[in-house]
Design a protein around this ligand. Structure first.
Ligand SMILES: [Zn+2]
Length: 354
């Protein structure tokens, strides 16, 4: 199994978004309550691993305890955030056969790719009665191939009522939101499927007209790893820039969210720039104080990234500021709806966890 660097082996894999939104509004307190209830009722020694949709981060308020708690899980390497959590949850569960999944989802659209889900007794949902959480095994009775393809088609092509061919075309493109009061205006792109209203593509969150960026097939993803463990996976649409450093804002990855103060201070404010040009990622060190190392698949010899642009190759690991954070290209296509396995993970990262 590729792309699963998770230690120690989890016994409970949490689909963080539906759990945090157990009562609608996103709140980390539900994750904590569910964790506590599981320990009390099922297994006091349970080892949790969480997978969040990137959209969950944007649902939490800036500077909130919710965000800090999610960061804390990432720092402890017991959570990661990706564009679309569902297939990631299932992949990790496929790898750790002893683990159960906590979610409210039936993953019907994923059963074709993961037949073991059919009839499985490994999936549990928290049930809230008053203030008390209990757990109930979800009914994963096998569904027919027809139902699977129907749900797959729904998740691929017809979310949020997009039914006309014109609307379906909207799903081949990336969109962003410019409404500054909307959570998606803080991001390079809307990491949910767009909605369609009165003949226009609109932001699924604020319903303002969405702005077209580029074709989805040219979106590339980068993976950020903390001491070798995946913590974040970020899409960079064509024509967009991701700046890594000590600063926040649209199109930036703020290392202070994930690193301790010492490690973060080794970064320059604008340390490293990743730009999607025509579907390829171009990388450039921005004259940073501590530089960026390029580690090849064979691990030797590593070189220093110059302040001239070069293409980021799939077999390369970028190590900025000689620290604990590293960055590589993901082989996944824009995963939502067009899920494909990550074939570009360098073999040296395909370590098996125990
Ligand atoms: Zn919006």
């Amino acid at each position: 199994m590729r792309n699963t660097y998770v230690t120690p082996a989890p016994s409970v894999i949490i689909d963080l978004s539906p759990i945090a939104m157990l009562k609608g509004e996103a709140s980390w307190k539900w994750v904590e309550k569910v964790e506590q209830a599981w320990r009390e009722q099922q297994d006091p020694l349970a080892k949790f691993y969480g997978v969040a949709d990137n959209s969950l981060w944007h649902r939490f308020l800036e500077d909130s305890d919710d965000r800090r708690s999610l960061n804390d899980w990432k720092r402890r390497k017991i959570a990661r955030s990706v564009s679309w959590a569902d297939p990631e949850v299932v992949e990790i569960a496929n790898h750790f056969q002893e683990a159960v999944i906590l979610t409210t989802d039936l993953y019907r659209d994923l059963r074709g790719d993961h037949p073991w889900l059919q009839g499985t007794d490994r999936v549990w949902a928290p049930v809230l009665v008053g203030d008390v959480i209990s757990f109930q095994q979800l009914d994963y009775s096998p569904i027919t191939d027809y139902e699977i393809s129907l749900h797959k088609e729904e998740s691929d092509l017809t979310p949020k009522g997009l039914r006309s061919s014109e609307a379906r075309d909207a799903l081949t493109l990336e969109w962003r939101c410019a409404n500054t009061t909307c959570r998606w205006s803080k991001s390079n792109l809307i990491e949910e499927d767009p909605a369609f209203q009165d003949g226009k593509v609109v932001c699924p969150s604020c319903r303002n007209p969405a702005i077209q960026i580029g074709p989805r097939r040219r979106t590339k993803e980068v993976v950020l790893l903390l001491e070798g463990a995946e913590v974040d996976r970020l899409p960079i649409p064509e024509g967009s820039v991701l700046t890594v450093g000590r600063g926040r804002g649209v199109g930036r990855y703020d290392v202070r969210e994930i690193l301790n103060e010492n490690d973060a201070n080794r970064f320059s404010r604008d340390h490293l720039k990743l730009t999607n040009i025509g579907g390829r990622i171009v990388v450039e060190d921005l004259d940073s104080k501590n530089g960026t190392q390029i580690m090849k698949e064979d691990r030797l010899p590593s070189s220093i990234l110059a302040s001239v642009q070069e293409f980021l190759e799939p077999n390369v690991l970028l190590v900025p500021a000689g620290g604990s954070l590293s960055i590589r290209l993901s082989g996944k296509r824009r995963p939502r709806g067009t899920y494909e396995p990550d074939l570009a993970t360098p073999p040296f990262l395909r370590e098996e966890a125990n």
